[in-house]
Design a binder for this molecule. Structure first.
Ligand SMILES: [Zn+2]
Length: 303
C-alpha cells in the first residue's frame, strides 16, 4: 500500500507448501514483492511494517537503503497491555489511572517528532517526570528539559492522581518506558507511520475472500485482485459526504472500547464501478475471434 494515497500497488499470494513453516510465509512474500517492485524501477524510500523479528532482519540485511519504520498502532497496543499487566498489583494500581494518558503520549511523541530521533527520545522519556507532577527537570548532564504542555492550572494539579517519585509504581513505569528494546524501536517510529489502513483493507477483503470457504490458488488470487480493485476505486473516489449547504458530515458513534462518544466522518456511498469495466473487458475479449474461449485469463496480455 502506498503511504500517501493508500492505494494498493502490489500483492503476493504465497502458498503454504512454498515455505517450511507458517512463520516463513510472510518473509517470503515480502522479499518476493519488494524484489518485483524494485525490479520495476520503483524507488522505495521508507517501508513500514510491524515489528516482526524476521522482517526486521531481512530489511536490515538485504535492503539497507530502505528506511524501515514500525507501525505505531501495534507498538502502542503492546505497550498498553504491559502497563495493564504491571498495574495489576496493589502498589502499582495507580498506573491504571494513567494508562490512557501514557499511550496517548506515545502517539503524541511519534506524531510530533518529524523524524528527529533525539527530540523523540527526550519527549518520550518526559512522561516519567510528568506523572510525578514534575514538568521541568535536569538530566544527568545538567541539560534542562520541560514538558510540551502549557502550565497546569490549580484545578489540573488537584484532579490528577500524581505518582510518588520514590514509589514502586514509578519504578515499574520507568522500567517500561526506558526499556532498551522499546527505546531502540521508537527510533524507527519517528516518521509516524501507520499500517492501520492496511488492516482496514484486510477486513474489507473478507467480502471477497470469506475465511469459512476454501478456494483454489487461482480463485484466491483473482478474488484478492477483486478486493484490491474495489479498495483502490473507493480510496480514490470516496469523499466525505456534505450536507445540502455544503458542510462536511459527521456522525456520533459510541466507542465500546474507550467508553466514549466519538465523531466519525460520513463518506459518500461505496461504489463498485470496476465490475462494469471488467464485464465490458470480458465481453470485448469474448467477441475477439483471436482469443479462444478456453484460454486462461492469466495468459492474456491485458492492458
Ligand atoms: Zn508535564
Amino acid at each position: 500500500m502506498l503511504d500517501d494515497t493508500k492505494e494498493i500497488i502490489h500483492t503476493e499470494l504465497v502458498q503454504c507448501t512454498e515455505a517450511t513453516s507458517s512463520g516463513a510465509l510472510e518473509p517470503l512474500g515480502l522479499r518476493r514483492g519488494l524484489t518485483e517492485l524494485l525490479d520495476l524501477g520503483l524507488e522505495v524510500e521508507v517501508m513500514t511494517t510491524d515489528r516482526s523479528s524476521s522482517i526486521r532482519k531481512i530489511m536490515r540485511e538485504q535492503y539497507p537503503n530502505i528506511q524501515h519504520e514500525f507501525d505505531i498502532w501495534h507498538t502502542a497496543k503492546g505497550f498498553r497491555n504491559k502497563i495493564l499487566t504491571k498495574g495489576k498489583k496493589k502498589d502499582t494500581a495507580i498506573l491504571l489511572a494513567w494508562t490512557r494518558s501514557i499511550v496517548n503520549h506515545m502517539w503524541y511523541t511519534c506524531a510530533t517528532s518529524k523524524g528527529n530521533i533525539e527530540a523523540l527520545q527526550n519527549r518520550w522519556k518526559s512522561i516519567i517526570h510528568h506523572v510525578c507532577n514534575e514538568h521541568e527537570w535536569r538530566d544527568d548532564d545538567g541539560t534542562l528539559h520541560q514538558c510540551d504542555h502549557p502550565p497546569l492550572t490549580a484545578q489540573d494539579q488537584r484532579v490528577r492522581m500524581w505518582i510518588g517519585k520514590d514509589s514502586v509504581a514509578l519504578q515499574a513505569l520507568s522500567s517500561l518506558v526506558l526499556d532498551k528494546k522499546l527505546l531502540k524501536d521508537l527510533n524507527q517510529m519517528a516518521l509516524f507511520k501507520h499500517t492501520g489502513p492496511l488492516e482496514n483493507f484486510h477486513s474489507a477483503m473478507l467480502k471477497y475472500l470469506p475465511k469459512r470457504q476454501a478456494f483454489s490458488y487461482h480463485g484466491m488470487r483473482e478474488r484478492c485482485h477483486l478486493a484490491i480493485l474495489d479498495h483502490n476505486e473507493n480510496i480514490v473516489k470516496r469523499r466525505q459526504a456534505t450536507t445540502v449547504t455544503g458542510e462536511e458530515r459527521f456522525k456520533q458513534v459510541f466507542c465500546k472500547k474507550s467508553k466514549q462518544w466519538i465523531l466519525k466522518k460520513v463518506y459518500t456511498p461505496h461504489t463498485t464501478d470496476f465490475v462494469t469495466d471488467l464485464i465490458e473487458k470480458v465481453l470485448e475479449n469474448r467477441r475477439n475471434p483471436n482469443i479462444p474461449f478456453k484460454m486462461a485469463t492469466s495468459s492474456l496480455a491485458l492492458p
